[in-house]
Design a protein. Sequence first.
Length: 488
Amino acid sequence: MSGPRVLSVASEVFPLIKTGGLADVAGALPGALAPLGVAVRTLVPGYPPIMDGLAGAKIVHRWPQFFGGPATLISAEVAGLALLILDAPHLYRRAGGPYGDAAGKDWPDNAERFAALAFAAAEVGDGALDDYRADVVHAHDWQAALVPVYLRFARSGRAVGKLPATILTVHNLAFQGQFPATLLGKLRLPADAFTIDGVEYYGHIGFLKGGLALADHITTVSPTYAREIQGAEMGMGLEGLLRHRSHALTGILNGIDADVWNPATDPHLATRYDGSRIDARRLNKTAIRRHFGLNDDESGPLVAVVSRLTWQKGMDLLLAALPRLLAEGGQLALLGAGDAALQSEFAAAATRNPGRVGVVFGYHEGLSHLLQGGADIILVPSRFEPCGLTQLYGLRYGAVPVVARVGGLADTIIDANDAAMGAGVATGFQFTPVTVDALEDALARAARAYRNNAIWRSLQERGMATDVSWGRPVRQYAELYHALADRP
Ligand code: ADP
């Protein structure tokens, strides 16, 4: 069967380059879609980690002058991904991260860097390669959001065959890519693209805004977030446009890589286990306590947090609720990086509560697995959360999620209220509104449940039996690709 050909355009892709959930999704979708007959090629910038060690690569296109320097398009098979790599050394070959330098400062030419990525995708979509046509171009986040804009306003004039359909997926509406209007020419955007129906956004060029206005379809990473972003509270200024486009907006939940995140085979755990050996988690808990300097007190739950330390993630709420957690006999093991002020407050909390609060700052993939494999609770008190992955890992590992009822957290956890407990469907604890009081109540409810072995075990078993794989989401993406590709 020959299914739709999809060109996925992303600024990061696991396992080659990753700063967040976007990379996981862009890296996992192609492999999960292949069995459904959907062939995905992934266009990424040629950052050093991607260019290093390229073998069997083939140049498939050249631009002598491309956003300030020469560029080539390279086709290569890497880590099971069919990549198209935009090699533009003046834009991407530099030490540091994909978006900024080692100190975390954004690259000053990010507008050009990601306009170039989208422009290349539009050219490929418009028939620049002799032997490749895409039925659908799937752009991820603001970095790729100009694809539909270029296809509308800056076509090369090649105009052979049918233009591909476009999808824009929003992984986090907080990042919108806003730049001065003076860049219009430099970004190869004609004046008529700078309107309310194009990239114009309060006098600036809005990458995400332009994509949201012009993509044939918009997706975001959970049904609840798809609704929330159409309201003023979470719409971040784009709610009006999103409401206007609501007929073309779908929420599709993220899945997780069930091989990388499998407690039965996970090399980062002290002890591996499955749903029939949940007791074995105790050894992982001991390992966590050693690592975080926590004592062996069993009077309450061991609560884990694996998170960026930011306002979005509600880390200030957790600091305020900490005394209540400790009063319930609980302990906290926090792994995180981010905001310096939050970091020092957590460090101070650990100093004040030796043996009861432990913190590790930095990014440690292995330790994040151990926390899921041994903690009693994984806590996610986000103010907004497009999908969230850590609560899904928690389900799979038997760490009971305590989450704010927002976005993907609302869609993936079933609160242990009386009705859900009676029906035997509960998997965790939710709280709303996202306040210190409500968080404290949820932690107290969870601590009470923790002291009842039968109830706690039932929550863990149900969580571990929940399907959090890509199976269902990938069928939804495939249906969407088919529907768009088949349009006249
Ligand atoms: P976001 O993408 O907004 O940061 P998600 O929950 O979607 O939030 O994804 C976060 C991912 O990053 C998860 O895979 C989580 O385990 C991982 N992560 C976050 N902070 C750390 C850390 N300090 N060390 C290791 N992994 C982390």
